[in-house]
Design a protein around this ligand. Structure first.
Ligand code: SAH
Ligand code: SF4
Length: 340
């Protein structure tokens, strides 16, 4: 039996402490006590998509929509860079106001502003391959796009008709263009079984990702999934342990959604194999409008203050924050394989 199958067996038998121990050991072997920081900027809450789970889906008329100006995005990056951050994630809805040309300009400006030091990660949904290529040429280093669920029917239902196949095609485009590529999924989606959770883990492994995020699904009152019961945060935490065992070299964030569902959700993810945190640098006025799910934490907090809080939280679990760029460990191997 492979190591992963053994881990699945532990999961089935409910031996979660053993899973956590194994995941933590692997994480410490790879990354020591370090937890890498990525500054998150939520640049737009406008979206043309209708994902059933998401609070900023286009049908939700109750959202005050915003798109940050280029200057506001760059100001957020500058403050983060001054504080020592070397990795920034720009995330938004699929917003036509942020077309490839504008995003390219923003990526180039960030590279210039940070003297090429900072890694730029985009999370802007599905785009044509050519747009990903332009953005890569403009300097984008990394891209995040979760596959959300590995079940094709469930995926298509939850994403308003857009297929899993299309999502996976986007991931292949990104990898072949040399991006450090991230994906992941939600736990506790309606219809999710233990077997599906394990399929999600297997898919992360098959995709040979650099990064993967797992967040608990939190039902939003203004979406069709409002009445779905919230699954316990433990589901997401245990999935992190399985993911670490499946993909030893991957970067795994302790997600804000886990911290929103349980006060110590992120710490527990860290103790179960996560090694990344994402302080939110979005200006406070807009932060509370980027509500994919209710109960999101730190809405009144300046992102830079969050770093102090995260530092304390990490000390409480014997970890320390690291400001390194911390590039993906898998992409270089992928490029090498392609070159051969
Ligand atoms: N528009 C882009 C990026 C923004 S959404 C995209 O969809 O890829 C970022 C992530 O938020 C999604 O991938 C999804 O996994 C998560 N998300 C959306 N709604 C959520 C909810 N109700 N609870 C928890 N996570 C949610
Ligand atoms: Fe748009 Fe992303 Fe929300 Fe889907 S999950 S509606 S693509 S912001």
């Amino acid at each position: 039996m492979s190591e992963l199958d053994q881990a699945f067996e532990l999961h089935r038998r409910g031996e979660f402490d053993a899973l956590a121990d194994q995941a933590r050991r692997i994480t410490e072997e790879r990354f020591g006590r370090k937890v890498f920081l990525r500054g998150l900027i939520e640049y737009s809450n406008r979206c043309i998509c209708s994902c059933l789970y998401c609070g900023i889906r286009r049908e939700n008329g109750k959202v005050r929509r915003y798109g940050l100006s280029d200057e506001a995005i760059l100001a957020a990056v500058r403050s983060g860079h001054d504080r020592g951050l070397k990795s920034f994630v720009l995330q938004g809805g699929e917003d036509p106001a942020f077309g490839p040309e504008r995003l390219c300009h923003i990526v180039g400006a960030i590279k210039q502003l940070t003297r090429g030091e900072a890694a730029v990660t985009l999370s802007a949904g599905i785009l044509p391959r050519e747009a990903y290529a332009e953005l890569r040429r403009a300097g984008a280093d990394r891209y995040l796009i979760r596959f959300e669920t590995a079940d094709p029917e469930l995926h298509q239902y939850l994403r308003g008709g857009i297929t899993l196949e299309r999502r996976l095609e986007a991931l292949e485009d990104l990898k072949s263009l040399g991006y450090q590529t991230g994906s992941g999924f939600m736990t506790g989606l309606p219809g999710e079984t233990d077997e599906l959770l394990m399929r999600n883990i297997r898919l992360c492994k098959e995709l040979e990702l650099d990064m993967a995020g797992i967040g608990p699904f939190i039902p939003h009152p203004e979406t069709p999934l409002r009445d779905t019961p919230t699954a316990p945060v433990e589901r997401a935490i245990r999935a992190v342990a399985l993911l670490r065992i499946a993909c030893p070299d991957i970067h795994i964030p302790a997600t804000t959604a886990a911290g929103s569902l349980a006060a110590d959700g992120r710490e527990r993810m860290i103790q179960n194999g996560a090694n990344v945190l994402m302080p939110n640098l979005t200006p406070v006025a807009e932060k509370k409008e980027y509500l994919l799910y209710p109960g999101k934490i730190c809405l009144d907090e300046e992102g830079l203050h969050c770093i102090g809080c995260l530092d304390m939280r990490m000390r409480s679990v014997d970890r320390e924050l690291s400001f390194e760029r911390a590039d993906g460990l898998v992409a270089p191997r992928r490029t090498l394989e392609q070159a051969v």
